[in-house]
Design a protein around this ligand. Structure first.
Ligand code: MG
Length: 368
């Protein structure tokens, strides 16, 4: 009845079916490549816990049927990954066993279980696979996800902790942006804000990077920051001080956003009632598949969402930007902070993210 009878009804012999359904018979497996690269930063970048001039990244490619998808792992030292760890992890990734790139769940589940951690390295495979499948479908991922490219948010431009003359120069460079992200958490917070306010009225958000240790002082500072035109506060206190952060969020006149406190999908439910929202990043959670799940979960829990990045090329930044029509705030300036980007991708016009009308994650190699 069903089975053989059904096949004969639609006019297909059982012998022909494997040719239609099994791409394995037509093509060799996926080809995976990676190489280390060093990003040069335009300015020495200082946050509450560190300073640096370069960022190591791993550039990846997945090739199938003459089409290549690009990916990237960005590894600022405080996250614990490096060229050595990513190289060791990616050497274990054998994609030649997969003959169909559209089996994304199976492929990414396989990558996930190779070893725990290694989230940036995993993201570099995830991004390349999304780029590849989008190119094979000839569509950008924002369209595959059903998102409106006109609804991208303004992106913030980051001002690191620095001396007043350097801060003023950076603020002037950032004049096209409609929101500035200011790194605070050392001992010159008010000086940083007052310096910026001496030359700019642009709305600000602040990222403390766990730098404040006293909740009462933190709350006083947030009330002061609100008067200075700050719109939200990111990771004000150490992630271990859960009760203090919950108290701060409850009493804060501004939304309090989790960054270091939320790494992967499983962390989202842990911060309900502790923060007003979460900052998602491809390099923290392992890529676009996880970020998409995190946005939807946070929305279901009535939380705000911002999407951030590391210092990255336009590859990872453009991958993150595909999701940006779903979020409240974007902080996708990592490609603008480096001087040796090798891709063209998402751009910023009047402070707003512009998603390129290109398939996959929307990038091309510079000069091609
Ligand atoms: Mg942050």
């Amino acid at each position: 009845m069903a089975g053989v009878a059904g096949f004969s009804y639609i006019g297909l012999s059982t012998q022909k079916l494997p040719d239609i359904l099994n791409i394995r018979a037509k093509s060799k497996g996926l080809v995976f490549r990676f190489r280390p690269f060093e990003l040069e930063l335009r300015h020495v970048f200082t946050i509450a816990t560190s300073s640096r001039k370069t960022t190591p990244v791993m550039l990846t490619e997945i090739e199938y049927d003459g089409v290549t998808g690009y990916g990237e792992a960005s590894m600022p030292p405080y996250l614990g990954e490096s060229h050595a760890t990513a190289g060791a992890f990616l050497s274990k990734v054998d994609l030649s066993q997969f003959n169909n790139p559209f089996l994304m769940e199976e492929i990414l589940d396989y990558v996930e279980q190779i070893e725990p951690g290694n989230y940036a390295a995993k993201a570099s495979v995830d991004i390349a696979l999304h780029d590849l499948t989008g190119k094979l479908m000839k569509q950008p991922w924002f369209r595959i996800w059903g998102l409106n490219p006109e609804k991208t948010p303004f992106t913030s431009f980051t001002i690191g902790i620095d001396k007043p003359d350097v801060v003023i120069k950076k603020v002037e460079e950032a004049s096209p942006y409609r929101i500035l992200k200011v790194k605070l958490g050392q001992n010159n917070d008010k000086e940083m804000i007052e310096t910026i306010r001496s030359v700019s009225k642009t709305p600000l958000c602040v990222d403390i990077n766990q730098g404040w240790k006293d909740r009462k002082m933190a709350l006083d500072m947030i009330f002061w920051l609100k008067e200075q035109g700050v719109v939200f506060v990111e990771q004000p206190m150490p992630k271990t001080m859960v009760d203090d952060i919950a108290w701060l969020t409850q009493n804060s006149p501004l939304p309090v956003i989790a960054d270091e406190s939320v790494q992967t999908f499983n962390d989202v439910k842990k911060v309900v009632g502790v923060y007003s929202g979460i900052n998602i990043k491809l390099m923290k959670c392992g890529g676009m598949r996880s970020d998409f799940k995190m946005v939807n979960t946070a929305r279901a829990l009535n939380m705000k969402v911002m999407i951030g990045c590391m210092t990255e090329t336009s590859c990872a930044v453009s991958a993150a930007a595909q999701l940006s029509p779903m979020v409240d705030w974007a902080d996708l300036d990592g490609n603008l902070l480096i001087s040796n980007d090798i891709y063209d991708g998402v751009t910023v016009e009047g402070g707003k993210l512009i998603l390129p009308e290109r398939p996959g994650i929307g990038i091309v190699k510079k000069g091609k």
